[in-house]
Ligand binder design. Structure first.
Ligand SMILES: [Fe+2]
Length: 260
């Protein structure tokens, strides 16, 4: 069944992300989406690196392993991109052109301690973010917390920050969508549930949607970059001046739904 194609990808051929001390695999693919009548036409773009910053200093670029072409070009991927574009249209009507960044994170959970893709409070660096559960196998935890925009980056839940919404994605294609400019988020530790079982992992798909000018400011075709300037770090340098909604308006703006 086409719906299962994305779910059943092993995602194991992606590089290990060295920013995580545990075994996290990470891959991405970027798309152009153009509105044609009521439909969104999706086209895959060549691999890109994005600009990053740490402690106020601009670092060169970060690049992930590309999602395999047969997966990136699959009709199911286009379907997911289109759904994200329609979600974006709901918050920004009349939009005609978008860029979509899909990142797949697979965390392989060892028996020692827990792992998290993003334990500390942060933004991903898009306009709209949709986090979609692909698979959870033999794990517990991984609750996602969403905070108000002025929550300090790098803080930890309860110690430094109180979430507006906390939700654990449990089922395949279950998703959380929100405006990444208006909220911060974090993901709690994921632990191995049963040590007697060999396999223990969590794979999620992050879909970031933004305007072309937002994309062009921060994403650069990998081929055009000096490879010595491509590095690994975490926070994209995206956050310009953003008009903020009031807190009460915000709680309605975090959507939890099933993609399929
Ligand atoms: Fe994140």
């Amino acid at each position: 069944m086409a719906r299962d194609f994305i779910l059943n990808q092993p995602w194991d051929d992606a590089q290990i992300d060295w920013t995580d001390s545990t075994r996290r695999r990470i891959s991405d693919v970027v798309f152009k989406a153009e509105k044609d009548g009521t439909n969104w036409i999706i086209e895959r773009l060549p691999p890109h690196a994005f600009s990053v910053e740490a402690d106020g200093d601009a670092l060169p670029y970060r690049a992930f392993s590309p999602v395999r072409r047969c997966t990136a070009d699959h009709e199911m991927m286009a379907n997911i991109i289109r759904k994200n574009c329609y979600l974006f249209e709901a918050r920004c009507p009349n939009v005609k052109s978008l860029r979509v960044v899909v990142v797949v994170l697979k965390s392989l959970v060892s028996s020692q301690g827990g792992t998290s893709t993003a334990l500390q409070v942060h933004r991903d660096g898009a306009h709209q973010i949709c986090v979609t559960m692909l698979k959870r196998e033999n794990i517990i935890g991984g609750t996602m917390h969403i905070y108000d925009h002025d929550t300090p980056q790098g803080g930890r839940p309860n110690a430094h920050a109180n979430p507006i919404v906390s939700h654990t994605l449990r089922n395949t294609y279950e998703s959380v969508v929100f405006d990444d400019r208006q909220f911060m988020h974090s993901v709690a530790l994921v632990h191995r549930q049963n040590d007697l079982k060999y396999s223990s992992f969590r794979s999620v798909m992050l879909t970031g949607v933004m305007f072309p000018e937002e994309f062009d400011k921060n994403f650069f075709p990998l081929q055009s970059l000096d490879p010595n300037l491509v590095t690994h770090t975490w926070y994209p340098n995206f956050m310009a001046d953003i008009e903020m909604a009031s807190k009460s308006e915000k709680e309605d703006k975090i959507g939890i739904f099933s993609m399929y």
